[in-house]
Design a protein around this ligand. Structure first.
Ligand code: F6R
Length: 259
């Protein structure tokens, strides 16, 4: 696991944007395939990508994107549905084909079927070249809450009350936060060729410390990433905090900084 500590969330956003630009530049003969997280953590990266597209001509034409997760029970077009958030914050401002931006469908009558369909689509289009992740204060990735089996794949899951409380800031009333979601499972996420997890702010410090230094356990879902061959944590100083072990600083993907 490579660890990059930068001054602030904007610097973290630029580092994540560099990793995305790298994938877009790499012409592998198949569409560059991005995995997108929602929530606050990737927003500086998305703002930076929008800026690079607008000011520097960074092109997403021909790229594909797969969202990590989606709420269940929100009507199509609800401003907090993750498909809608990604459209508003990112893809509407890029030259990516809207039809190439995929999300688990949280509006389907049978959510288990929607999950299975999403897995099939990912299997047909994958692997994801670069998966962007955030981390919950309890160590969740995607909406894989503590206790999620590392072998599980896209499925219906139930949010903990802590995560519902954390996400209440996006909704009019705390009670409006859905209880159930569709999420890629840890096993789905681990199939990405490269993973960049961004964590900023002191509220993420404990989860980051457990991810880096604690036992690998389903109690802290992000610890599954320790077994990924190309996973980078991009942290600001507040999220890195003080913890045991050396902290590597520098550029994402710089050689010799893994551990
Ligand atoms: C969102 C997601 C979640 C968030 C996590 C952190 O698609 O998968 O795991 O990344 O809840 O959320 P923020 O970034 O809002 O602190």
């Amino acid at each position: 696991m490579e660890i990059v500590v930068l001054d602030d969330p904007r610097a973290c956003g630029r580092a994540v944007a560099d990793a995305v630009a790298d994938v877009l530049a790499r012409g592998t003969g198949r569409p560059p395939t991005l995995g997108l997280a929602t929530g606050s953590s990737p927003l500086p990266a998305y703002a930076e990508l929008v800026r690079r597209h607008r000011d520097e001509g960074l092109s997403f034409a021909g790229a594909r994107a797969f969202l990590l997760d989606e709420y269940l029970g929100l009507p199509a077009g609800h401003p907090q549905s993750y498909r809608e958030v990604i459209r508003r914050e990112l893809t509407d401002h890029l030259d990516i084909d809207p039809a190439a931006v995929h999300a688990p469908d949280g509006t389907r009558a049978d959510p288990a079927e929607a999950a299975a369909d999403y897995e099939r689509l990912l299997a047909a289009c994958g692997p994801v070249d670069l998966q962007i992740l955030g981390i919950g204060g309890n160590g969740h990735i995607g909406f894989n809450e503590p206790g999620s089996a590392f072998g599980s794949r896209t499925r219906v899951a139930t949010l903990t009350e802590r995560t519902r409380a954390d996400n209440a800031r996006f909704f009019d009333r705390p009670a409006d936060v859905p209880h159930r979601v569709l999420t890629q499972g840890p096993a789905t996420i681990m199939e990405a060729r490269r993973i960049v997890l961004v964590a900023t702010g002191a509220g993420k410090r404990a989860a980051v410390a457990a991810t880096v230094s604690g036992p690998v356990t389903t109690d802290v879902p992000a610890t599954v990433l320790r077994d990924h061959p190309r996973c980078t944590l991009v942290l600001d100083r507040a999220a890195a905090g003080e913890r045991a072990g050396p902290v590597a600083t520098g550029q994402v993907g710089a050689p010799g900084r893994g551990r």
